[in-house]
Write a protein that binds this ligand. Structure first.
Ligand code: ADP
Length: 621
């Protein structure tokens, strides 16, 4: 798949630094994860040692000719103690698992709250958006999430390193030179595995990209919304071709790494076999020479065998940690993103007089665009939306209408100039207080798979004011439709959570969003193309009621349909980052500028296509 896409590398921390990050995190939020983890490490390291000592003790007892009762008691006691440790290990493992999973969900919450503390513009920008998804990947994936793998990998690493040391301390009594050789071989094995891990890591970028391509194709193939296009445009061959291509990319990478895996695995096995055979031979030699008793023989034999296993386990724990550290780097990079300067809640916004007057004073704004450079959308924009005024904003695609709304409601900040409310700089108010001023219908929809009431109030079900919700639905022209279909406040929207959930048509969705804005009943109402998906009759109904539901509010209406502007007190036409024309509909028509020309084109089209036609569609009343 040809693509310009490159994966941005975020700050790379060492594994130790990432482990330290989690230690601090758990110390702060759930220290018992550390306590249980520490206990698991101790039990996990001590148990294998007991296991290799048990046969030695048994043989020693037999060799010394101990009374059967005493031998039974010694072995029984030892066995019981081992069982107790085993049980305790399982207990702390389960405890740690539950606690760190709870904290993983806590981390998901922290990431969500962090996203709200970022400037909206930073969240919207391409790289941060990608980082956001990577972070969700790192925290959401259950036992395979980076957060879980880091905890398990750290415990495994510590257990195996500790076992390695404990077994070394046993083998030191067999022979110091032999132990030195074993350690040197283990070091060589470690180096070899590290070069294997590094090779795997060198493929990570390519693999992430190939997986992303595969996911894009997979999503497109599985998306029910795309099923219509796939059929109508005969995309079957193209899609299956893309699938084969993306699977091919992944398979090629996987085969590439499998060859290396096989090489390193065989080399590791050969090394382990040589190490073990040498050590066993030495042990046999010592035993025959009489330097080692039968009990010691089984002890050392177990230690040599275990030594190999711990070397291998240490390597795989390291590989797990290195892989998981990548996700942790993303989490840390995200949590470190600079946050917006926030003011404490002052409640002052409630003290200003409503409906408010909003002024744009010499406002300049550009989107940060890495590829094309910053392109100014506005330069020196001056605009006063008077208290209680109904303002319409028109302009061709890309003229900056939506950007103006984002500036107005505080999603983005001007690069130059100020935005004032009743003469006070809006930076005087905390962002959340500012948001309370606006009821907005955005073009993009967010309908959650929860109840109608929750979706209207955007709040918990028990806090929904049903009377207010029905009134909003009525004003938006949806009440009758809902009542006819037996939809109530506790009906589920979409079929995600409930099989009988409500699916709305495009136009109904738009009216539902209007109802949501009406429910909020904020002093400033902003409608960004609220009728784009409505049929002409439903659209004219929205216009007819516009005066009614914007009464006592400052209102901004953005629309391509110039008929809507007739209901506004004033119209501004945006062009080239400036207000090109301003006035009432009549004034602008008389002026005969771009607005008049656009209006003429549209009304002649409407006259041609809709005059004399019967009202059709899903309009109420
Ligand atoms: P309108 O709503 O009038 O169609 P917009 O306000 O959406 O126009 O866009 C104004 C200009 O800003 C356009 O040139 C558009 O390509 C650009 N633009 C809009 N959103 C972004 C964004 N998030 N990043 C970069 N450029 C953007």
């Amino acid at each position: 798949m040809e693509t310009q896409d490159k994966e941005q590398e975020w700050k790379h921390n060492s594994v130790i630094s990432d482990i330290w990050f989690y230690i601090r995190f758990y110390k702060k939020h759930e220290p018992f994860v550390l306590v249980f983890g520490g206990m698991e490490i101790i039990f996990g390291a001590v148990l294998p040692l007991f296991m290799i000592y048990l046969p030695k003790i048994a043989i020693d007892l037999v060799e010394r000719g101990e009374a059967p009762g005493k031998a039974f008691l010694t072995l029984g006691g030892f066995g019981l103690f081992t069982m107790l440790i085993c049980g305790a290990k399982k207990g702390v493992e389960a405890g740690k698992y539950n606690l760190y999973n709870t904290q993983r969900t806590n981390l998901i919450g922290m990431v969500f709250l962090k996203s709200l503390r970022l400037r909206y513009a930073d969240q919207e920008s391409g790289e941060n958006k990608k980082l956001h998804w990577k972070v969700y990947d790192a925290v959401w994936g259950g036992d395979w999430s980076s957060v879980s793998l880091m905890v398990q990998g750290t415990v495994d690493l510590c257990v195996n390193v500790l076992c390695f040391l404990l077994y070394s301390s046993v083998l030191v009594f067999l022979s110091v030179p032999m132990l030195a050789i074993l350690l040197a071989l283990a070091l060589f094995h470690y180096k070899m595995n590290m070069s294997h891990i590094r090779y795997e890591e060198s493929l990570r970028g390519q693999r992430a990209l190939a997986r992303k391509h595969f996911q894009c194709v997979e999503n497109a193939m599985g998306d029910v919304n795309g099923a219509k296009d796939i059929r109508i445009y005969g995309m079957k061959e193209w899609m299956t071709g893309l699938r084969d291509q993306t699977i091919g990319e992944l398979r090629k990478l996987s085969e590439q790494s499998k060859k290396k895996d096989a090489f390193y695995e065989r080399a590791g096995d050969a090394l382990a076999a040589a190490r073990n055979l040498g050590a066993y031979a030495y042990l046999l030699y010592q035993t025959q020479a009489g330097g080692v008793s039968a009990g010691e023989f089984v002890l050392y034999f177990g230690a040599i065998t275990g030594f190999s296993a711990f070397v291998n386990n240490t390597m795989s724990a390291l590989a797990t940690l290195r892989g998981a550290a990548n996700g942790t780097d993303h989490i840390r990079a995200y949590l470190d993103l600079p946050e917006e300067n926030r003011k404490e809640g002052s409640g002052r916004i409630d003290q200003i007089s409503f409906p408010p007057e909003i002024t744009f004073c010499h406002v300049g704004f550009s989107y940060q665009n890495a590829e094309e450079g910053d392109k100014p959308v506005f330069r020196d924009l001056n605009l006063t939306i008077r208290a209680g005024e109904r303002l319409a904003i028109v302009g061709v695609n890309g003229a900056g209408k939506t950007t103006l709304v984002k500036l107005l409601c505080g999603m983005i900040e001007p690069d130059e100039g100020r935005i004032l409310i009743n003469g006070i700089d809006r930076n005087e108010f905390p962002r959340e207080e500012w948001y309370r001023l606006f009821s907005i219908v955005f073009q993009e929809t967010l309908i959650l798979p929860f109840t109608v009431g929750e979706n209207l109030a955007m709040d918990r079900a028990e806090r929904v004011d049903e009377a207010r919700a029905w009134k909003a639905l009525e004003q938006a022209g949806l009440k009758q439709t809902f009542q006819k279909r037996g939809i109530h406040m506790r009906s589920y929207m979409t079929k995600t959570m409930a099989g009988d959930g409500i699916e709305l048509s495009g136009g109904q969705k738009q009216r539902f969003l209007l109802a949501r804005a009406l429910y909020k009943n904020a002093p400033v109402m902003v409608l960004d193309e609220p009728t784009a998906a409505l049929d002409p009759i439903a659209e004219s109904r929205v216009y007819d009621q516009y005066n009614q539901y914007t009464r006592g509010k400052t209102a901004v209406f953005i629309s391509h349909r110039l008929a809507s502007t007739k209901f506004s007190d004033r119209i501004i036409l945006l062009a080239d980052g400036k207000i090109a024309e301003t006035g009432t509909h009549e004034e602008l028509m008389r002026a005969g500028g771009d607005y008049a020309r656009m209006f003429e084109v549209q009304s002649s089209y409407y006259r041609k296509h809709f005059d004399g036609e019967e009202a059709v569609g899903e309009t109420e009343d």
